[in-house]
Design a binder for this molecule. Sequence first.
Ligand code: GLN
Length: 246
Amino acid sequence: MLLKIAWLYPDLMSTYGDRGNIIVLEKRLRWRGIEPIIKKIFISSPEEELEDCDLIFMGGAQDKQQQIVNRDLKKNKGKILKKMINQGIPGLFICGAYQFMGRYYKAADGTTIPGLGLFDFYTESPGLKFKRLIGNIVIQPSIFTLNTKFIGFENHTGRTFLGKDVKPFAEVIKGYGNNGKDKTEGMIYKNTVGTYLHGPILPKNIELADWLIEKALERKYKKKIVLKKLDDQLENMAREFIINKL
Ligand code: GLN
């Protein structure tokens, strides 16, 4: 078996260790004898390269890079992304990438970056005089029945507000999440997750990595997939330690 992973804009959208997510996906596939193919998608990449992938990942960035990438998404790749997300192709979108999915992002300097409008939410920065939402975060995700808390690191000025039909990815236990007020974190739709958790998120919360892999394989091979168990003792101990510390 093989899985093609689209890594969107690795040169522009990858802060606070986001590239670690790709390493985790790659390793956890390899450890199970599944071949990972990582497709780096740049501004110059043809759209077909994205369309051909089984799993999508895009990391976060500063406002400036978001402006550049947004122009490319609006031109071509946004439409394809929308189609893929609606088809249930799993995706992980971190921070600035998550903000693109909504209606708009009002950046710290007051400029409005129009979003792809895939979901009913918006993000606004209150401006440079106000504090960024920075720090370690603990959340309770909604997709897992087991009582697993996730940990991460957030650093954003944008405050995201979800429309009433958009499902949050998690509840905030400690930290800020979407806006520091309503205890929601990220959003989830079909097999797509948008979240503020850098850290990076996947090495710290391997259940999410396996969830994405499982969904991607099930879609590609059209059958129920039960992933081989891996030894995750160290990862789980590290997470427990941080949760207790926080
Ligand atoms: N530039 C966005 C903000 O500050 C996203 C930041 C990020 O991706 N870490 O809200």
